[in-house]
Design a protein. Sequence first.
Length: 148
Amino acid sequence: MRGRKPKERKSYVLRGNDGTLVEVTREVYLEWYQSRRRERYQDEKKKKYGVCSLDGMEEKGCCSYEPEVSLEQTAIKNIFVEKIRMALDELPEDEAYLIYLLFFEEISVKEAAQICGCSRKTVQNRRSRILSKLRLMMESFGMEGDSL
C-alpha cells in the first residue's frame, strides 16, 4: 500500500453502517483504509475534472452494478474462511489434495480421477465422505448446519 500506513495497534476495529464496532484483522483494516483513501481521491478527481462515475452511468441506464457487501457480511465471511482453513488443515494430505482439486482448481471428477489414478466413482465416494467429515468438523468449530 502506498502512502502513509496506520500505526500498529493491538486490535483493529471498523464501525458498521448501524454504528456497531466489528473487530477485524490488520489486513482487512488496511484494505478498508486503502479503499476509503481511493474513494476520496476519486471524489476529488470527479469534482475537479468531471470524471464519469458508475453512479452516473447507472442513472443514465448504461450499466448497473451490485451494491457493496456490508462490513458485517465481510467479517462473517472471514470467520467462515478461517474455520474452513482449520478444518482442511486437519484432513490427511490425500483428502485435502482431492478437495483442493475439486473445489479450488475446479477440476471435474473425471479429471480428478485421472490425476489420482482411480475411477470416477471412487472420487465421488471419497468426495462425499470427505465433505461429511468436513461438515462434522465445521459443526465442532461452532458453525451451524444451515450456513454450510
